[in-house]
Design a binder for this molecule. Sequence first.
Ligand code: DGY
Length: 328
Amino acid sequence: MPTGRLSVVVTRRLPEAVETRMKELFDVKLRDDDTPMTRAELTEAVQQADVLVPTLSDDIGAGLIAQAGERLKLIANYGAGVDHIDVATARQRGILVSNTPGVLTDDTADMTMALILAVTRRIPEGLAMMQSDDWPGWSPTALLGGRVGGRRLGILGMGRIGQAVARRARAFGMQIHYHNRTRLRDEIEDELEATYWESLDQMVARMDVVSVNCPHTPSTFHLLNARRLKLMKPEAVLVNTSRGEVIDENALTRMLRAGEIAGAGLDVYERGRSINPRLRELKNVVLLPHMGSATREGRLEMGEKVIINIKTYQDGHRPPDQVLPSML
Ligand code: DGY
């Protein structure tokens, strides 16, 4: 454990209040502009810092970790997902990894509902009509969507966020179904009135809406591949506020274009900002720029979590949000 103030490098601009608190507590190096660090800057950071605070826009893979200096002891991620960090390699090098779970749950679940509603009720089409001053006036047959109440929602990944989606969706009158690595305890299933499907194939084939809420890990990569997507009902809708890699984006795009799936609401993409250009052309698709957790409150709470993780480590304890390879 280093004595004195910890040297902390933060890779992206964070909310001002978080940066100010970090300056009070640590010998912190903050970013001047809000762009991701280059590979050279990241390498310098891991060679010099005691603690690195990256975000999902940084690739903290085995190659970078191999270049880390002796001092680097904690990677305190600003974010819940850690699929951009090679947690196993970090552990082998004796570097702890922590994240910020819990504080983005409600915001992400809200955005999931927003996407379900936006796609099923055709909100972007209505907005476009108003913005282009093209509204011919009310009509009994214009812009008809589908009612969400009574529809079957299949949640893929029933962790914190999946359960928060289930609570909201129930309030909208949806029927809750889920697939998860492990089945929920009876009392949670009862509270959510949720039906467990051991077989993902069988679940996706019967749902009106499928929501992706599982993390991206080697075992969830392309979990919704072309074969599984083809099992979906043609009138079904798919939403994803988790990670793009869980869905085969090209297969989804082809099916949306062919009308084999009714619509999609996506906040995340398989190749980051390089979105399949054909997706942008589709009317039955709502695309958002990975903003599921983007609330002022959430971003401050994420910063508080990062600070608690660093301070707990500084005090000689394990960070409360330590991520272990076995958890992935
Ligand atoms: C996370 O923290 O992993 C979220 O995806 C950020 O929105």
